[in-house]
Design a protein. Sequence first.
Length: 396
Amino acid sequence: MIENKNKIREAEKAVLVGLIHNDQTEAQVVEYLDELKFLAATAGAITLKNFIQKREQPDSRTFVGKGKLAEIGEYVKEKEAGIVIFDDELSGAQINNIEKEIGVKVIDRSDLILDIFAARAQTAQAKAQVELAQYQYILPRLRGMWKHLERLGGGIGTRGPGETEIETDRRIVRDKITLLRKRLATIDKQAVTQRKNRGEFIRVAFVGYTNVGKSTLMNLLSKRNVFAENKLFATLDTTTSKVVYENTPFLLSDTVGFIRKLPHHLVESFKSTLDEVREADILLHVVDISHPAYEDQLAVVNTTLQELDSFNKPILTIFNKMDLYEQQTFDQWLDAGTKEELLQDLRDRWNLETNNNAVFVSALAKKNLDVLRHIILEKVKELYRIRYPYKTNFFY
C-alpha cells in the first residue's frame, strides 16, 4: 500500500470547505459537511470550522474564489490548523495551487476516504484494493501534484516536474495499476472458488450506508463478534458466518458500507468485496432511521445496488435505531395512543414503499429482533423450497 505521509495525524486540527453551486444546494452542502466532519473524526482529525462559498461553478484554479481562499488562509494561520479538507474532488493542480496559497496540507473527500480505507484494511485483498484505488486517484493528478506527491512514499512523483519525468511517473503508476489488477484477479478467482465451496446454502448479506448498525446486527443474529464501532467504515473486509435458525442453515455476510460521493475507482477496486452483494440470494438493507437524512442514505444505497445489478433480489429493509428515532421525534408528554398512531403511519408508509418488506428494530435495545429473525427465516425457507424442493425434510 502507498505510504501516505500526507495522511491525517491524530487530533490534527482541520478546516472543511464546501461549495454551493448549480448542482448542489445550500442544504445539501451543510449536510455533506456534517458527514465530512464525521469522516475527518474517523481519520483522527478535530474540525475547527466549516467554510461555505456560493458560486455558479468551481474556480478552475483554486476551486473557491480568491477572497474566500484568503479568508480560509487567514483562519488556518490564526488557529494553527494543519489540514484543509474539501468536500468535492480536486484536481492535482487545484491541490497544488491551494497549498501554495494557504501553506498547509490540502486533501479532498476522496483522498480522506482512501486514507480511512488504508487504515482499516486488514487482509491482503483489502490492502491491494485500497492501493489500486490510491494509484487510480493519483494517475489523473500527476501533472499538478508534484509538491503534493513529495509526501507519498514509493518513489512516485519525487523528481522534477519535467515532461519526461511526468511520463516516467505515469508509466510507473500504470504498471503498478496493472500489477495490482492482476493480483486482485488471482484473489478474485480464489474468492469465487471459496464461494462455490459454500455449497447449496442460501446466502444472505447485509448492505447499507456506513455506520447504520450492520455489524451490530450481524453480531446479534450470528452470535459472532464482528468488529463494530461508532465510526465510518468500521467494516472493510467481508465477514461471513454460517447461521442456523430452527434447523435451517444459511450464510450471513457483513459488507462494507456505502456513502455519498463514493469515488468510482473505489467501487471498481472493491469489486471482489462487492461480489458478496452481487451473489447474495437475499439482501438485508439496514437503515439508520434516527439519522436526519436517512431517506437520502436509503436512496444512495438503492442507487448503488442498481449499479451492481442487485436491486431485483429479495430485499428486506431493516429500519434500525428505532429507540433513538422515538427519542428524537416524540415529545415526552405525548400520549401513548397518539405516539402509536404516528408509528403505525411510519410503518404503513414504508411497508407500502417496500412491498411489505420492512421491519423496525433497535439493535442496541434488542427490540423486535425476534420478529426480524422470523422474517429472515421465512425468506430463507421460501428460497430453499423453490431451489431445493427435494431437500425439504433436511432443511425444515
